[in-house]
Design a protein around this ligand. Structure first.
Ligand code: PEP
Ligand code: MG
Length: 588
């Protein structure tokens, strides 16, 4: 049933993967299947259980077939998601509970499965972590497949999409995405999902523009409608007028030419006009991002967040898995260095079996290094994997959320124990592997002089440092106006940390988002930071502004900032300074 055609209609969603594209809509499954609810006789019970198990087997076979058919190596890398789906299909609770319900309540398989889903949903609803809540969608993708098999409904033949289309769906399952021929996909849009939903992660990694969380897209769009999406701003235009199309395309041309222009800086040295060099590195969460890091001119990985290795799965990564991933990381980035941060779970990300969602203040709770020191087996497994990889390329180990000397000493003691084990087992590793502390808790910054004796480098994590120093939740939109990187307190903290580090003769990096902002980068340069690490895309624009500046002028800029007593005065002064100094360049 077609909905009334929309003309020049705009909807705002969440930009999930950047890029502006125009294309015809390809609608996936507008309607959800209606589930028949039937009571059955005692004599039909075993037959019904059999029907259910048959649908499970069919679902398994389909997923295996989808996986086998993936030819594109880029796409193949993500096929582990299909394994997760097969694991869900094998889940005891899903199978046993549903079969028990069929037997006890004497209801048909669809109804029984719906009961099980409700139960599992309640369990998921209790989870506060956004990432894990998103994982509930995996369960629903799998359930939708089982339902369709039970009902004998055909699955959309996505593999057969022709032409270049924008795929429109209520939600896209990874299985859907993985079986598409990416050559035919200009973009994705979905009703639901956030920045960490599968569609978002996958499309970013594949470089396909996407907008998620549009809520009503599938109810307003007809197959074949002309769509324009902006994956950066989250805008969607349905059947736009010629004028609107032109304005989107003009913006696209401007962005492209800016990117082309800015990419010229990627391969140039990160050096000021008066010859001061800065190491610009990349923050990544998946090894697949290394190519983007290199393309944008990163001199190594300044922060490899390892949380993703633990999420999206039921079991824990094995030492071998850690080793293989880190080995690929160091080999791919060689001869540059990779900085691997040990698990920073807790706070706003939880592991399924270790959920501490009953904590009153998760950001102040069993997070990061605290979690690792409690679950030492998990910590040691990761450290063994990292150390083994150190025999294959240059890496450093970074400990997150260090609050003081005792904690770093304990972490180092465990590292030593793991090293001894490897020596005993005659497994090679870099005996001189460098270790660093994240400086993101005020107590660490105040004792930076003491901490500097314990480590080879510091990395300032301003995302958390600002939250803890200013008592402003980094993900709470109601207090975001107080989240001020140029607050006098933050500038004083950073200055103190740099001084302590340099007095002890160790380098200081910054890996918080602050470094990716060109104006802030100049201030950080003037403060004497040695290394900047940021999302790969921001590297060329930061490089450009650094190359246009002189270290001496940024030092005197910083000196002047310390005469102000409020963040707004500092912001205002910096803005004026930038406008005067770079009248031609819009670098903010
Ligand atoms: C930080 O806190 O600045 C940081 C880089 O770590 P994360 O954002 O992963 O907490
Ligand atoms: Mg942090």
């Amino acid at each position: 049933m077609a909905v009334q055609q929309q003309v020049n209609k705009f909807i705002q969603g969440i930009g999930a993967s950047p890029g502006i594209v125009i294309g015809k809509a390809y609608l996936l499954e507008r309607f959800k299947v209606r589930l028949p609810q039937r009571r059955i006789d005692g004599g039909q019970v075993e037959e019904e259980v059999k029907r259910f198990l048959h649908a499970i087997q069919e679902s398994r076979d389909q997923l295996t077939e989808i996986k086998e058919k993936i030819l594109d190596p880029q796409v193949r890398k993500h096929s582990f998601i299909l394994d997760v789906h097969v694991m869900i299909l094998n889940d005891e609770m899903l199978l046993q509970d549903t079969a028990d319900t069929i037997r006890k309540k004497k209801v048909n398989a669809e109804w029984a499965l719906d009961f099980t889903l409700e139960k599992l949903d309640t369990a998921f609803n209790a989870i506060e972590d956004e990432y894990l809540r998103e994982r509930r969608s995996d369960l629903h993708y799998v359930a939708a497949r089982i339902f369709r098999n039970l009902l004998g409904k055909k699955h959309d033949d996505i593999a057969k999409i022709k032409g270049k289309v924008i795929v429109v769906a209520h939600d896209l399952s990874p299985a859907d995405t993985l079986q598409m021929n990416l050559e035919h996909i200009a973009g994705f849009i979905t009703d639901i999902g956030g920045k960490v939903s599968h569609t978002a992660i996958l499309s970013r990694s594949l470089g396909i523009p996407a907008v998620v969380g549009l809520e009503v897209a599938t109810s307003l769009i007809n197959g074949g409608d002309l769509l324009i999406i902006d994956g950066e701003t989250g805008e969607l235009a349905i059947n736009p007028t010629e004028e609107v199309s032109q304005s989107f395309l003009e913006r696209k041309r401007r962005i492209k030419s800016f990117e082309r222009e800015i990419l010229k800086y990627a391969s140039l040295p990160a050096e000021t006009r008066d010859g001061v060099g800065i190491r610009l590195q990349a923050n990544i969460e998946m090894v697949e991002e290394i190519s983007s890091a290199k393309k944008h001119g990163a001199e190594g990985i300044g922060l490899y967040r390892t949380e993703i290795l633990y999420l999206n799965r039921k079991d824990l990564p094995t030492e071998e898995e850690h080793f293989q991933i880190y080995r690929r990381l160091v080999e791919d980035i060689s001869p540059a260095t990779a900085t691997i941060r040990t698990l920073d779970i807790g706070g706003d990300k939880f592991l399924p079996d270790y959920s501490k969602n009953n904590e009153m203040n998760p950001a102040l709770g069993l997070r990061a290094i605290r979690f690792s020191m409690k679950e030492t087996d998990i910590f040691k497994t990761q450290l063994r994997g990292i150390l083994r990889a150190s025999a294959h390329g240059k890496l450093r180990i970074l400990f997150p959320m260090i609050s003081g000397v005792e904690e770093i000493q304990q972490a180092k003691a465990i590292l030593e124990e793991v090293k001894k084990g490897l020596v005993k087992a005659k497994i090679p590793f870099d005996q001189e592997v460098e270790i660093g502390a994240m400086i993101e808790i005020p107590s660490a910054s105040v004792t930076a002089d003491l901490l500097a004796r314990e480590v080879n480098f510091f990395s300032i994590g301003t995302n958390d440092l600002i939250q803890y120093a200013l008592a402003v939740d980094r993900i709470n939109e109601h207090v975001s106006y107080l989240y001020e990187p140029l607050h006098p307190a933050i500038l004083r903290i950073i200055r103190g940390v740099v001084q302590s580090a340099h007095q002890a003769g160790i380098p200081v990096a910054i890996c918080g988002e602050m470094a990716a902002e060109p104006a802030y980068a100049l201030i950080l340069l003037g403060m004497g930071l040695d290394e900047f690490s940021m999302n790969p895309i921001s590297i060329p624009k930061v490089k450009k502004v650094l190359r246009m500046s002189r270290f001496e002028e940024t030092r005197s800029l910083v000196e002047q900032l310390f005469q102000f007593s409020t963040a707004s005065e500092i912001e205002c002064f910096v803005k004026n300074w930038i406008t005067k100094r770079f009248p031609e360049d819009f670098i903010q």
